[in-house]
Design a protein around this ligand. Structure first.
Ligand code: CA
Length: 284
């Protein structure tokens, strides 16, 4: 194997679903025909009033519509959602109404204690968190730089906590405001979708889709992948592999030339598996 050098370039144009590592994915609700959890953790949600509707690319019965009055989806309590530090909450949302509304989060029965994505009175999107208790209350909002309420357009929201700081991303852009408050939780907290409390409160008016909870902070590249990967029809992936008996470097780029995945590997046999729509490409 002396001086063996292999250089390979694969250029593939594929139709790819969003694929971010499932590492740390503690709940995943694609809302495809139902409100089932596909993370493997078996979370149970109950749908009240919300109805299936078309998603952001026109797929029927692939998102839920909420009437802004009493529609909601409520899930179970689980300590795995009690994330005071690193976490990520990702959702696609279409707002059809004005006023304070709640989109998705993990919050106590009193509407306090936890974290959530929502719409504020001023029309901004917000990632809020709260560690209110009976004697002292702290409630902070990381609001978007622009107003989106009622624009009837799909937007990708990510509420994320990374290294003690909470950020909000809208359509792959990190918003300027941040906060450093850590939320706390109560035993009767629940997954809440389209409502601010287990009972009806500040219910959302619009559509919600593709909810992901992670117990880690996604990287900017992963957020970009969630945003562009699900929107883009064509996705060019280029692999550069140079093998000099020591290591190989693999890099994948999106259509804009940005690196979406990179990894160095040592000698061995590897299987490269790409999952595109209804197909799996495998290279050994
Ligand atoms: Ca969906």
């Amino acid at each position: 194997m002396n001086a063996l050098k292999i250089s390979l370039i694969f250029i593939l144009t594929l139709k790819i679903f969003a694929e971010v590592s499932i590492d740390g994915l503690i709940a995943y609700f694609p809302l495809t025909g139902n409100a089932d959890d596909y993370s493997g953790n078996g979370h149970i949600c109950t749908v009240t009033g919300a109805v299936l509707t078309t998603d952001r690319v026109g797929r029927e019965n692939d998102a839920y519509s909420f009437d802004g009055t009493n529609d909601k989806i409520v899930g179970n309590a689980n300590t795995m959602f009690e994330l005071a530090n690193n976490r990520t909450l990702s959702v696609w949302v279409l707002s059809s109404g004005l006023g304070n509304q709640q989109i998705v989060g993990y919050v106590g029965e009193n509407g306090h204690m936890g974290y959530m994505l929502g719409v504020r009175e001023d029309g901004t999107f917000t990632s809020w968190e709260n560690n209110y208790n009976d004697t002292t209350g702290l409630w902070v909002h990381v609001s978007s730089d622009q107003i989106y309420a009622g624009d009837n357009k799909w937007h990708h929201l990510v509420g994320l906590r990374r290294n003690d700081t909470t950020y909000l991303y809208v359509d792959n852009v990190r918003q300027s405001k941040t906060t450093i408050l850590k939320p706390i939780f109560v035993k009767n907290s629940n997954i809440l979708i389209g409502t601010g409390k287990k009972n009806t409160f500040q219910n959302f008016n619009g559509k919600i889709d593709d909810i992901r909870f992670y117990n880690r902070s996604l990287t900017d590249e992963e957020i970009s992948y969630l945003y562009f990967g699900t929107n883009s029809i064509k996705f060019k992936t280029k692999f550069n592999v140079s093998h000099n008996n020591l290591h190989a470097d693999i890099k994948c780029f999106d259509l804009r030339g940005r690196i979406i995945y990179k990894r160095s590997i040592s000698n061995g046999v590897y299987i490269l598996k790409l999952r595109a729509e209804k197909k799996i490409f495998q290279i050994k």
